[in-house]
Design a protein around this ligand. Structure first.
Ligand SMILES: *Cc1c(COP(=O)(O)O)cnc(C)c1O
Length: 217
């Protein structure tokens, strides 16, 4: 595990060094879906402090005990969120990266107000306009971002997952353009197969699963 983290960190730093757009520092988020608590604990003990889960249910089973034991860890939601799970998500996660519709933004804001708890949010943009994928369509992103700001949601950035059969760079560039237009600082982009490209284009957070934990079944 230490070796994997060190190797990825070296590659992030190398990609960053060659680019004027690169952000420093870049957060390495461990995408821990399907990993059991033991594997996650190994990663924490190896120094990783930021993790992402895809499903509220799975996270609710694995994470409360880990977070109680390792209070330095920050947990992000990186998968789709149903409106009726907004309250659970606000309770459990430190960052929600997948806000993709007004109704969800409203539910999250209501939950935060009710729980008196602020959770940083990202809007997920479906840069490839893929029907099966979460995220707001690029042409609707401005409207959703304005809505989030209007209701007072703590919006800090954008997230995308480019289509896996296309070069990712234009998708990362589009995400960056939208973020700049709205003064949003965080860019969550790049996974095991394309994180160096993302870092060169200004990613502030890369989400790494396979290259850290090994291939999933
Ligand atoms: C699984 C997942 C990742 C990590 O993907 P790898 O290719 O295994 O690095 C990143 N982001 C999201 C949203 C994911 O679901």
């Amino acid at each position: 595990m230490e070796n994997h983290i060190a190797a990825i960190t070296t590659r992030i730093n190398a990609a960053s060094a060659g680019s004027s757009l690169a952000s420093a520092p870049v957060t390495l988020l461990g995408a821990s879906k399907g990993q059991d608590a033991g594997r996650i604990q190994e990663a924490i003990q190896a120094g990783l402090t930021v993790f992402g889960e895809n499903r509220v249910q799975e996270a609710a089973e694995k994470w409360p005990a880990l977070l109680a034991r390792y209070p330095q860890v920050r947990l992000h939601l990186i998968g789709p969120l149903q409106t009726n799970k907004a309250m659970d998500a606000v309770r459990l996660f430190h960052v929600i990266q997948t806000v993709d519709r007004k109704k969800l933004a409203d539910s999250l804001m209501e939950s935060m107000t009710q729980l008196k708890q602020h959770v940083s949010c990202h809007v997920q943009v479906n840069t490839g306009a893929e029907p099966q994928k979460g995220g707001v369509l690029p042409q609707d992103a401005d409207g959703l971002i304005e809505h989030c700001k209007h209701i007072g949601l703590p919006l800090e950035g954008l997230m995308c997952i480019p289509p896996h059969d296309q070069p990712p760079a234009p998708h990362f560039a589009l995400l960056r353009t939208i973020a700049e237009r709205h003064g949003l600082r965080e860019l969550s982009m790049g996974m095991s197969g394309d994180f160096e490209v993302a870092v060169r284009m200004g990613a502030t957070c890369v989400r790494i699963g396979a290259a850290l934990f090994g291939e999933r079944d």
